[in-house]
Unconditional design. Structure first.
Length: 440
């Protein structure tokens, strides 16, 4: 029997709570999940059976391996001669149930639900899962038609177009401007690749391509706000402010050491004072949410020559290393901040909103054709199946079905949770609530 750490033992033995086991690769997370499942099954005093558990992984091999380990554990327990009759009967039943237990990939679990409710989803009864190559060909076919259509529909030429001039068609063309802006440096030969990659990324978030429309509305609403009060500004603050504060805490630590080491204070006092002053000016500009002050504060940063304290104490080395890292990173932030001009913010926000709306229109047209063609060909992809389950669980008219699915499982186990996307996470939250055990 493995020797479990205190944290692993706690994860294995704690029940009726939402549990996430997060650790580095190779640290035994999946082993903990497996041990927890096995103990639940072998506990003859518990009313939990395999049929009460939903266990999902990302590969068929992992699901098969887990079934094999459970079978061996049950067989080992059944081999005990002194096993009481009721316990033996329960474990024999568990062994019989193992083949049909819900231990599968996430996609297989979703597919089972969708096949049971294909009619209400508007799918043919015999729909199949398309392979990646087949889907890629279909995507390319649709894009090959759609891209020229959009170029054509956004031509705004006042005079006749010269067919001999390839640039004549894209002047004053909003779609062409959008492509040039968003896919800067992209040649026409790989434009389809970029469009498909973007579309795939939208498939991993709740809202899908509607995120583009929402972003456009947000940009228009915030176009005249001070930058640091906008959503992009808040995202910048969330990264930048902790970075500055982290270095400022190092400066405070050094200040404490200088109070008891006068020689160090004499060597480093001027450098420390400069570093503190510049950081304080930056932090003040962030508190006041003034982009102009931030630009001035960053541009005023100067890093005078550093000298280590006598004997090179550990705290002085930490200061030196932190200062070097801060110096390199603050240069990058200074370039970024100076590239954003408040006077041009409204224009940039509104232009970006136009481009987001353009991409939303483009992807809406693409998605409509793509979905229709897949249904016409009697096929779906894994994202379609996932989205169909999400639709079922969130539709008001399906509340009784959601309760029925939730009632099937007393506990849900999710392996490789770090790879679960937003939509999958929401699905399992609706089914399992707080009775989820996740490792990743």
């Amino acid at each position: 029997m493995p020797s479990w750490t205190i944290a692993q033992k706690t994860a294995i033995e704690t029940h009726d709570k939402l549990i996430l086991v997060s650790a580095a690769a190779g640290s035994g997370k999946t082993a903990v999940l497996t041990e927890r499942v096995i103990r639940r099954i072998l506990d003859t005093n518990s009313d939990i059976t395999l049929n009460d558990l939903l266990i999902v992984t990302f590969t068929r091999a992992a699901a098969a391996e887990l079934k094999s380990k459970i079978a061996k554990a049950i067989e080992k327990e059944l081999a005990k001669e002194d096993l009481p009759a009721p316990a033996r009967e329960k474990l024999q039943n568990e062994l019989l149930q193992l083949g049909g237990a819900q231990i599968s990939t996430i996609d297989a679990f979703y597919l089972q639900i969708v096949r049971n409710h294909f009619e209400s989803l508007g799918l043919p009864a015999n729909f199949r899962l398309a392979d990646e190559n087949e889907l890629r060909v279909l995507q390319e076919e649709i894009l090959d038609d759609l891209i020229p259509e959009f170029y054509k529909s956004y031509e705004e030429k006042s005079g006749p177009i010269n067919p001999e001039n390839p640039f004549d068609k894209i002047q004053n063309n909003l779609f062409a401007d959008c492509i040039d802006h968003v896919f800067d440096g992209t040649s026409s030969s790989n434009l389809n690749d970029i469009f498909i990659r973007f579309y795939t990324s939208f498939g991993r978030v709740k809202g899908g391509i509607d995120v583009l429309r929402q972003s456009a509305a947000q940009l228009r609403a915030e176009a005249e706000l001070p930058f640091l009060q906008t959503r992009p500004g808040a995202a910048f603050l969330a990264r930048f402010e902790p970075f500055v504060l982290s270095f400022y805490r190092v400066l405070e630590e050094v200040t404490t050491y200088h109070q008891t080491d006068l020689k160090a204070q004499q060597k480093q006092g001027g450098v420390l004072a400069d570093d503190c002053l510049h950081c304080e000016l930056v932090l003040q500009s962030l508190r006041e949410k003034s982009w102009e002050q931030l630009q001035k504060a960053l541009s005023a940063f100067s890093f005078t020559r550093f000298q280590n304290a006598d004997g090179t104490p550990e705290w002085s080395l930490r200061y030196q290393k932190a200062r070097e890292k801060f110096k390199e990173k603050i240069k990058e932030y200074t370039v970024l901040v100076n590239d954003i001009f408040p006077a041009e913010q409204k224009k940039v926000f509104l232009q970006t909103a136009d481009f987001a709306e353009m991409l939303y229109r483009f992807y809406s047209a693409f998605q409509e054709r793509y979905r229709a063609e897949k249904i016409a060909r009697g096929m779906q992809d894994f994202n379609d199946v996932r989205d169909a389950v999400y639709q079922i669980l969130n539709a008001p008219e399906s509340s009784s079905l959601t309760e029925a699915i939730r009632g099937q499982y007393k506990e849900i186990y999710i392996d490789e949770y770090q790879d679960v996307d937003e939509i999958q996470d929401d699905i399992f939250a609706k089914i399992g609530g707080n009775n989820r055990f996740m490792v990743g």
